[in-house]
Design a protein around this ligand. Structure first.
Ligand code: GCU
Length: 413
């Protein structure tokens, strides 16, 4: 009897694996990973206004071209946050303080950010860790987090000293004098059909509206808005230096990170880890994930106007290098990895490279070479930083260390 059961399990396992492999292959069949098969493309000019005038001064960039580009990203890619009829009231409640986090290395504060108006209320759970061994305000990393800030992922690991249960090396961050904050991506919005309708958006709809208009905010814009509320709290916090905050996120949260920092100049550094499509990667390369893949698999991440550019990427008046340029003169850092072809590592680098003329116009240091750097040769001493490592889609200790070096270079010089 037992023997038959084992044979049955093995046979079922074999067919399941074959079926799965075939599905994965079909899914990939229409995705291009081959540099030889890239479409020809011309990037929209960064330093020419929509009126066709050349932008030659920092002043023209700041007052004309940057606002123009931000408005294009708002209305066509991520979606605008509408002005609600009843203003949202925000209040902060420090619900718990633990001064002995990680054997006394840091103080952990659990903060509730309450958001309410006549239409309803929601709250976010914001975590703030302050290193105990610093004698002045601490700079901080601020993570757009996939991990729930109310889960045990943020408890100190009992088996790996200096790590969180999620694996992140917070001990090392504290030792280097950094604080750490996190907002959870799903506190205000979720991306399935049913949950999306229950999101923070409902507080913003005028009578009769129940779904965002084509130019109004999708999931990534909502996450960005939430991070800004976290920054509102930090402005009131006595332990973190809110003028030295590096916002960071991986993958979907890397996309949200860039959009947050592009809009909100209170974030002093932006670090995008493997943000790929709708993050650092260029739309027009159509390498790895494309706009079509994104809007069909995740219809709520962007605004509905973005759907109109599916297979019409050349008609977009922006590409993602322009998003990075909107972060200038504040430092931006892009991280890729060799096997993360879905995120188009080369396209991520090129975006950073093509954003560089704006950094230079503003008197900062951009990337000098169009060629991607080799693995193991991070670019740290620059206002546009970058590294690529071996391996796949994750944030490893090596990556964290490059982020810390980049933050040290800018915050501690
Ligand atoms: C999917 C998606 C990517 C995204 C990733 C993630 O792979 O296609 O765009 O970056 O999920 O968030 O991990």
């Amino acid at each position: 009897m037992m023997k038959r059961l084992v044979i049955w399990i093995l046979v079922a396992g074999f067919f399941a694996t074959v079926g799965f492999a075939r599905e994965a292959k079909e899914y990939d069949a229409d995705v291009n990973y081959d540099e030889e098969r890239l479409p020809h493309y011309d990037l929209p000019p960064l330093l020419v206004t929509s009126q066709g005038e050349a932008v030659t001064t920092a002043e023209e960039w700041r007052t004309v071209r940057r606002p123009e580009i931000l408005s294009l990203f708002s209305n066509l890619i991520y979606g605008r946050v509408p002005e609600p009829d009843n203003p949202i009231e925000t209040s902060f409640e420090v619900v718990k303080v633990d001064p002995n986090f990680m054997d006394g290395k840091a103080t952990r504060k659990d903060v509730k950010i309450h958001l309410r108006n006549e239409k309803g209320k929601m709250s976010m759970h914001f975590l703030v860790f302050v290193p105990n061994r610093v004698d002045r305000l601490a700079p901080a990393f601020f993570k757009h987090s996939f991990n729930n800030t109310q889960s045990k992922d943020f408890d100190a690991s009992t088996t790996r000293p200096g790590r969180l249960k999620s694996g992140w090396p917070l001990g090392e961050l504290f030792d280097r004098g950094y604080g750490f904050c996190a907002v959870y991506q799903q506190d205000l919005v979720r991306h399935n059909e049913v949950e999306f309708l229950k999101s923070i958006h409902r507080l913003f709809y005028p009578e009769g509206q129940s779904f965002p208009k084509a130019h109004e905010w999708g999931v990534l814009s909502t996450c960005a808005w939430g991070a800004m509320r976290g920054m509102d709290y930090l402005e009131t916090d006595d332990d973190i230096d809110h003028t030295r905050v590096a916002i960071m996120g991986h993958s979907k949260m890397g996309k949200a990170t860039l959009w947050t920092a592009a809009q909100d100049e209170r974030f002093a550094i932006a670090i995008s880890a493997q943000s790929g499509c709708a993050g650092a990667a260029l739309w027009r390369r159509k390498s790895g994930e494309t706009l079509k893949k994104m809007v069909t698999r995740f219809p709520y991440w962007l605004c509905r106007n973005a759907w109109k550019f599916v297979e019409q990427e050349d008609d977009l008046p922006v590409d993602q290098h322009m998003l990075l340029a909107c972060i200038a003169p504040r430092p931006v850092y892009v991280h890729s990895s060799v096997d993360d072809t879905w995120a188009d590592s080369r396209g991520e680098y090129l975006s950073a490279y093509h954003a560089s003329p704006v950094y230079e116009l503003l008197g900062k240091k951009g990337l000098a070479s169009e060629a991607s750097p080799e693995v193991g040769k991070p670019i740290i001493e620059s206002d546009v930083g970058y590294h690529v490592r071996e391996g796949g889609h994750s944030v490893e200790l090596y990556d964290w260390r490059q982020f810390m070096d980049f933050a040290d270079y800018h915050f501690k010089r």
